[in-house]
Design a protein around this ligand. Sequence first.
Ligand code: AMP
Ligand code: MG
Length: 184
Amino acid sequence: TRLILNMSVVIVTGVPGVGKSTVMAAAEEYGYKIVNFGTTMFEEAQKEGVADRDDMRKLAVEDQQRLQKQAGEKISQMGDVVVDTHASILTSSGYMPGLPEWTVRALNPDVIVLVEATPDEIAGRRSKDASRARDSDDIDLHQNVNREYAATAAVMTGATVSIVENHDNQVDVAVEQFRRILNK
Ligand code: AMP
Ligand code: MG
């Protein structure tokens, strides 16, 4: 198959536990490098003594923003990438944008993907993953906030927004939706 690649930056977002990492794994076949924004932030945070990636969202918002800026600048220099990240992060002072103006302008995405599932499905997946310290938040509200924040980042950059539904036992359908976005 001939692959026509005319997109360089694809941002994939979704609430914790929705399965975005699984859905986006197909991107490697299309020549994209997959970059996890949280991992890039955590590499910086570790130098400052943060021991667990799930502790970053509990830092002061100004510290999270500083780490976020450092990660955004690094990733913006990487070329063709699919970025695994969040449209919003639930902090103790509210929903912090994962793609604030300075970050989304630096990344300049072509597409912002929202991976979604039903709140029950997401709660079920979280309860099965003992490796992560997930919050027990209002999943429906968080997904609604994510749509609003993604829309704002899209309007700032001209990126399109695409919703991929990742329902239980239908990950192949979700991957196919995602492939279609990459293979435009
Ligand atoms: P994840 O493994 O995708 O759940 O990401 C781990 C952590 O990285 C999140 O809980 C956030 O603290 C942080 N993180 C990921 N993406 C962003 C972003 N765009 N802005 C701020 N923090 C982020
Ligand atoms: Mg993940």
